[in-house]
Ligand binder design. Structure first.
Ligand code: FAD
Ligand code: SF4
Length: 328
């Protein structure tokens, strides 16, 4: 047991000040990822600042129709919210596809965005890992890569981001709202997570010591249909091998709007802009969906051992778009 101090934050300002004074301090929300990392020896903070009891638990509709989700809203509460169920089915389905009922009852919106990779080498402190210790090397390259990236990886890290919720939020153009010593800021969710490059230790663009306070999701356009499809090794309680969050508007047989993000394939939720470009203005047919998937995956670079993920992702994109185009 490595001793650490515990502070239960009483306000957003108190939380930000507490971590500013101790550079190795961490925030604790539901604890479903952080506490595991402390037990595994991945993290050894000298101070844990509990932000899980702050008044950041509201889900409210803003005057422009956007939905503001507090950082401490539990994943189960978000999935069950009537507005999420009716207007953002892609988000409700992504949340419900993740983890287990017990975990979703604890896991928070901010914690979910900031959960770290499930790369087995990252979680095993006896193996070299550039994400844990920069410069140490990457044990996954040449190792077990079934759950690793096929898009946007680097020679320094081939891990993927494990969140389902974040993939839906990337497709929905959500914004992450956070507070640091300088005040409140926001970042589009598509720019929040990073590709690994030569700094795989940095998962996101969140400045050190900043506290996420909310996520804002714009109102979906009229006539939009959305869904989330996740492919995994078990029917439940498993991370995505690949996943597709998609929203389509089909008018008189033509796709007039498409927003798509992929999960389980990259270091960040992968917004599929090339596929969206092919789809917009094209007939809503299987041929179009196939061309869209091909365009997105043209630069896929699988590793020896996860080549199957390219075809799996292609088929999952086509199946998801077909399902949406057939919805009444
Ligand atoms: C067995 C298992 C299976 C799982 N399966 C899935 C799955 O299939 N899909 C999926 O998406 N997820 C899955 N998860 C992950 C789960 O969703 C995350 O562990 C959870 O969302 C993390 O939320 P939390 O509130 O518990 O975060 P914590 O563990 O408390 O914190 C996680 C990180 O977020 C930081 N943090 C928390 N709140 C804030 C804030 N407000 N501002 C700044 N930083 C903050 C913490 O410092 C920490 O770095 C699984 C987890 C387990 C244990
Ligand atoms: S893939 Fe990334 S997280 Fe996994 S061992 Fe390599 S550097 Fe570490």
């Amino acid at each position: 047991m490595i001793p650490f101090d515990y502070h239960r934050a009483t306000s957003v300002a108190d939380a930000v000040t507490a971590v500013a004074e101790r550079p190795d301090a961490v925030f604790l929300a539901g604890g479903t990822n952080l506490v595991d990392h402390m037990k595994l020896g991945i993290l050894e903070p000298s101070l844990v600042v509990d932000v899980g009891h702050l008044p950041l638990t509201d889900i409210e509709q803003l005057p422009d129709g956007a939905l503001r989700v507090g950082a401490d809203v539990r994943n189960s509460d978000l999935a069950a919210h009537p507005v999420v169920r009716s207007r953002y089915p892609v988000l409700a389905r992504a949340l419900l596809s993740a983890a287990s009922g017990q975990l979703r009852n604890l896991a928070t919106t901010a914690g979910n965005l900031l959960q770290r990779t499930r790369c087995v080498y990252f979680q095993d402190v006896t193996t070299p890992c550039n994400k844990r210790t920069p410069g140490e090397g990457c044990s996954a390259i040449g190792g077990y890569v079934r759950y690793h990236a096929i898009l946007g990886a680097s020679e320094h890290c081939v891990a993927v981001h494990p969140s389902d919720m974040a993939v839906a939020m990337a497709a929905l153009d959500a914004q992450v709202v956070f507070v640091d010593a300088e005040g409140e800021h926001r970042l589009p969710l598509t720019e929040f997570h990073r590709l690994p490059g030569d700094r795989p230790d940095r998962d996101t663009e969140l400045p050190p010591g900043a506290l996420i306070t909310a996520v804002e999701i714009p109102a979906p356009p009229d006539g939009a249909r959305s869904t989330y499809r996740k492919v995994r090794d078990r029917a439940s309680y498993a991370f995505a091998l690949t996943s597709v969050a998609a929203e389509l508007i089909v008018d008189d047989g033509t796709v007039t709007s498409a927003r798509i993000a992929l999960g389980g394939v990259a270091h960040k939720p992968w917004r599929a802009r090339r596929a969206e470009e092919v789809l917009t203005g094209a007939p809503a047919t299987e041929d179009t969906f196939r061309r869209a998937a091909d365009a997105e995956l043209v630069d896929a670079q699988p590793l020896p051992g996860n080549e199957f993920k390219v075809e799996l992702t292609r088929r999952t994109i086509i199946a998801t778009l077909t399902e949406l185009s057939e919805q009444r």
